[in-house]
Design a protein around this ligand. Structure first.
Ligand code: ZN
Length: 73
């Protein structure tokens, strides 16, 4: 089965075998020896809300598509 690459924006997320993986760079630690968060998300019916929540709360990153939903004053 072919692996589809996420091409939108920065390389913060990769996709493989039905899961999203967080590729955000983090400080090296015993948990993150390769400097990647590597948090794993099951892809459920096309929604990325868990992923977006993770990026927002853990890395202070929000996707442009989400930012556009915010009402600017
Ligand atoms: Zn992460």
């Amino acid at each position: 089965m072919d692996v589809e690459q996420e091409t939108e924006g920065a390389n913060t997320v990769s996709e493989a075998e039905g899961f999203h993986y967080c590729d955000v760079e983090v400080p090296v630690s015993s948990e993150h020896p390769d400097r990647k968060c590597s948090h794993k998300f099951q892809i459920t019916s096309g929604t990325t809300s868990n992923l977006i929540t993770h990026l927002c709360t853990n890395h202070n990153i929000s996707k442009p598509a989400e930012e556009q939903k915010v009402n600017y004053k």
